[in-house]
Design a protein around this ligand. Sequence first.
Ligand code: SAH
Ligand code: SF4
Length: 377
Amino acid sequence: MRRNEKVNLMGLTFEQMEAFCLSIGEKKFRAQQLMKWIHHQQVDDFSQMTDLSKSLREKLAEIAEVRLPRVITENISRDGTRKWALEVEGGGAVEMVFIPDGRRGTLCVSSQVGCAVDCSFCSTGKQGFQRDLTTAEIVGQIWLAGKSFGPRKNLGQHPVTNVVMMGMGEPLLNYDNVVDAMRIMLDNYGYGISKRRITLSTSGVVPMMDKLREDIDVSLAVSLHAPNDELRNELVPLNRKYPLAELLAACDRYSASRTHKHNTITMEYVMLRGVNDQHKHAVELERLLRGRPVKVNLIPFNPFPHSGYETSKRQDVLAFHKYLNDRGVVTTVRTTRGDDIDAACGQLVGAVKDRTRRNERWQKSIFLRTEQQGSAL
Ligand code: SAH
Ligand code: SF4
């Protein structure tokens, strides 16, 4: 933290905002007003907070701020998907993606700059780990997405209705900041998003899955990707630390702690041609998941340069899907959205670099910064 740094109110949960108000000699209820100005009205300038006294506004301007990552680019896809590249302090960039679907608007939120897990098929993993995002930088992504749609007449109608923690990074390796950010997303003075509409996706950090279960009630998705340890060790290196038996036991504990209606865990399974998409894998997967309250989401692999993998053949995806569904394992195939702007899963920032090579003007500074950081690792 910088010396004399102002308190960034963007990243405070309601309780922390109350504590902040008390700490500066104000009444607790000011926390409600501040939260509403920041998260409902999307105001980041204290002078516009008109129901606060002038002296309080001045005091706040001296000791606090509402600071957000800087938007570097915003791209809108043919299908309405939007992708932003955000510059975070200290260099480096993260991305967030908004996916509209009828009345639903899902924001795919990043939790870290880069990722240390290094899954073999993920472009974020290839970039290495740079740093954790702060709570303000995580929840600020919703703020920025909302702001990009312009002023709203009805403050209750935020364009972001659903959040998936499926952008860059492993959210459970940035536990405290991610959980505080999700608290602000859930809070009615924050974004008031219902707990079923916030999904955290993890590559399987078992002890943190247990902690999550105790601390907060959100939906869980697990990046499974393989039906046996040998293959999963290769695709998701974290499996060597927390093998399938331990991961599934943690999933069972998670499901058991939720009500019957809301105990389903989504198992993500990226389809890699000839690697994990054959009949024998479907057979093994069905055996592994049989009787568990899970649904499987098959994700077509999104290629990036030098990944070494190919997208599965359509008929293999359909056969895999049918095999599982026929045996009672509810399975869906994720549709690829925003691929014309490289906004699909696993294409984040890796694609930023690639595009930069094709277009000198596009994000050159970020490219250079990311490269420099990468070589310093
Ligand atoms: N780190 C967390 C969340 C971010 S990744 C996790 O791994 O679960 C979100 C999802 O995108 C994961 O299921 C991940 O496996 C998947 N993904 C990563 N790279 C991909 C690619 N190139 N194509 C398709 N899906 C990918
Ligand atoms: Fe990290 Fe998830 Fe990518 Fe694996 S898939 S490297 S855990 S972001």
